[in-house]
Design a protein around this ligand. Sequence first.
Ligand code: ADP
Ligand code: ZN
Length: 523
Amino acid sequence: ADIPPVLSGADPRSVLHHVFGYSAFRPGQERIIEHLLAGEHVLAVMPTGGGKSLCYQIPAILSDGVTVIVSPLVALMDDQVAALNANGVAAVGIHSGMDREVQLEAWEAVKRGEVKIVYMSPERLMSGRMLAALGELKIAMFIIDEAHCVSKWGVSFRPEYEMLSQLKERFSGVTFGAFTATADAATREDIARKLFPDSGTTIVQGFDRPNLKLAAAPKNAWRGQLLDFLADKGGESGIVYCLSRKFTEEVAAFLSGEGFNAIAYHAGQDAAARKTGQDRFMSEDAVIMVATIAFGMGIDKPDIRYVCHLNLPGSVEAYYQEIGRAGRDGAPAETLMLYGLDDIRMRRMFIDDDGEDQEHKRREHKRLDALLAYCEAPSCRRKALLAYFDEEIEACGNCDNCIDPPTLVDGTRHAQMLLSAVYRTGQVFGTAHVIDVVRGAETQKILERGHDSLPTFGVGADQSKQYWQAFVRQLVAGGALSINIRRYGCLEITEEGADILRGKRGFEFRDPQITTKRDRRKK
Ligand code: ADP
Ligand code: ZN
């Protein structure tokens, strides 16, 4: 077996990053982990696919001693053990589907203290000999997966699971965690009563946060867009997230100049400055924290009324986690995400520069694609967001697209113009140049390369630069164009783009909201 990883001093987030390779917690995960690490019994109800495993695997990795995970499904157990081993975590399974010697070998490793996580079927665990043997070891936690099987009220009661209720007397000092995707209130009570030695916490985590208003928009003039967003939020506190430290300073300075109480916060500041900023955010009224994602972990301020992203977040998970810091008190809170082509380029670059694991990169690019699809969602945004987490809802009525539905127009002709300009300039130029060609700008670059004699030169002169930028973004989001980071972010035509160019498929375009309310007011 593997040597248990030495992770003393590590925190849940770094385990999430370095052991599991994920960028952010899913809704509810962090809270559950914190409870378990604090030694409190937890019953967690979380949708399937919500990421229950990490909620107990991370505390198990961070705790002294071995964690016993009871799971009813042998196949699932083997999968989990294999996945943990692949991530360098010392885990074994012990169940009747395994050869006797293999079971014995696994058990010996547990006894030698070489194993952090042991998966067992309830029958194996509840034998007198096993319980006695476990009594000799340092047990960090007992985790009961599919905990609804404990309850007669549950949908799939299992007698061997009911025996688990004997654990609490035998191991009274040990932390218990119970996890299930399906348990109504009565079942939950029953589970807690059966499993927990004394009082525990029940955490029910659906993904929907109906009090959060969702909105996203292309970033064209962030100052005006931000001021618009803040216009009706006098007296309230919120967070403005930026990607870079420098940008937080710039935005905070801008807002201060506009008369707001804004604080910059990032990991480049010394501890004292960060502490002061955090204290001010917690205690003063109407504070705007302009921060990198370094800010937010462990911030327990229930009345954060808004979160604005001035750059694209790292993933849908990160986005969800960051907006989730608003409105924890359940009262209405507003969110706005502004995203630009630069952001997309930057994110792609981060991914490409992150190590050598090609498979990992491919997955991360896919994740980013999912986020972009959310950005450009043509209908209910919450529906799109929850669909990502496999939760289905009706249109919500509390997002930008529900309140002010975007118009979809046939953009096939314009898509063809743009794609043709990309094609005819050899797919070696970035967005700015391609748009200059389409709009017929006589820049030096265009004249030098003779691009003013291309048939597509100036065919789109009647549309603004912003229009074409939005168009490129949607073509990228829709998978018709890709931005090649290896070659200075030049635009390349995909299979899908080629089909549009050849007239084999059309392109629906979301009318961009290029002018902000502010610009409109000025007119
Ligand atoms: P559940 O047991 O709740 O049905 P799992 O624990 O099997 O869900 O997790 C479902 C999927 O989500 C797994 O592929 C897991 O790796 C992934 N996952 C869990 N947490 C995260 C996270 N924070 N970020 C990204 N992916 C995650
Ligand atoms: Zn909606």
